[in-house]
Write a protein of this length. Structure first.
Length: 244
C-alpha cells in the first residue's frame, strides 16, 4: 500500500455541485461547468517518492441530458527514475425521468501501476434516486449493473459482470462551507470474494469570494488485489480552490 499526501492548487470553472459564496436562488445553473487541477505529492510507507498530478472535469447540462467527463493523471519518480503512472477517465450521461429518479450510463478507463492494474475498462447502466434535497442535506443513491475487463501486471486477466452501488451525500454547513462524501461498491456477480470499495470525504470552507480551502481523504479497497500488492490505498489531500 502506498500512502499519498497530496497538496493541490485547483481552478474551478463554475464548479458543479455545491458553489461556495453564491446565491443559487438568483443565478440559474450554468450549462457548462468544470474543474482543472495540478498537484504535488509526497509519498511514504512502502516508498519515498515525488509525484506530479493533473486532473480535470467538464459538465454539460443543457436541461434534458446531463453529460460528465473526468480525467486524472499521476506519475511518480524515485531517485529521478520514473516508477509508476496512474491515468483514469470517466464519461457519464444521465437523464431525469421524474422529479427524483434518473437513468444513467457511464464508461471508465483506469491504468494504476500503484496497485498493479495495467488497464481496467468499465461500463455501467442503472438508476439514480434523490433520497432527499431538503436543505441543508442532499442524498442520492445509484444502483446498476456493469461489466469490467481488467489487465493485471501479475496473474490472470479478469472479465467480470458486476453489480454497482453508489451513495452521494452533501451537507451545507453554512453558506461558505460544506461536507461531502461519496462511497462506491462494485461486486463481481460470479465471485463473492471479488469486490471493490471506494470512499471519499471532503470538507470545504471559503476563504474569500474566490478562494476556498478543501481537505479530503480517499480510501480505495480491492478485496482480491494483484499478487504482491496490498488491498488498501489511502490519499490525504489539501487543496486551494479558485472559483470562477
Amino acid at each position: 500500500m502506498i500512502r499519498r499526501q497530496i497538496f493541490t492548487l485547483t481552478c474551478l470553472l463554475c464548479a458543479p455541485g455545491l458553489t461556495m459564496a453564491q446565491d443559487a436562488a438568483t443565478d440559474p445553473p450554468p450549462r457548462w461547468s468544470g474543474t482543472a487541477e495540478v498537484s504535488a505529492v509526497a509519498t511514504g510507507g512502502n516508498s519515498d517518492t515525488r509525484t506530479f498530478g493533473l486532473g480535470g472535469e467538464l459538465v454539460f447540462d443543457p436541461g434534458v441530458w446531463k453529460y460528465l467527463g473526468r480525467v486524472a493523471y499521476v506519475e511518480t519518480e524515485a531517485d529521478d527514475v520514473l516508477r509508476a503512472r496512474s491515468q483514469s477517465a470517466l464519461v457519464e450521461a444521465s437523464r431525469g425521468i421524474s422529479e427524483r429518479l434518473d437513468v444513467y450510463g457511464r464508461g471508465g478507463y483506469l491504468r494504476d501501476l500503484f496497485a498493479g492494474i495495467e488497464r481496467r475498462l468499465t461500463s455501467e447502466v442503472g438508476l439514480g434516486y434523490q433520497v432527499t434535497v431538503a436543505a441543508p442535506h442532499a442524498l442520492q443513491v445509484l444502483g446498476g449493473i456493469g461489466f469490467t475487463r481488467e489487465t493485471r501486471s501479475v496473474g490472470d486477466d479478469l472479465s467480470l459482470a458486476t453489480a454497482n452501488a453508489t451513495g452521494r451525500y452533501a451537507w451545507a454547513l453554512t453558506k461558505t462551507s460544506a461536507f461531502t462524501e461519496e462511497a462506491t461498491l462494485v461486486a463481481a456477480l460470479n465471485s463473492g470474494d471479488d469486490w471493490r470499495f471506494a470512499n471519499e470525504v471532503a470538507a470545504t470552507a471559503a476563504l474569500s469570494s474566490r478562494l476556498s480551502l478543501k481537505l479530503s481523504h480517499k480510501l480505495s479497497h480491492l478485496n482480491k488485489p494483484v499478487f504482491g500488492f496490498r488491498k488498501t490505498d489511502t490519499i490525504f489531500a489539501a487543496a486551494l480552490v479558485a472559483n470562477f
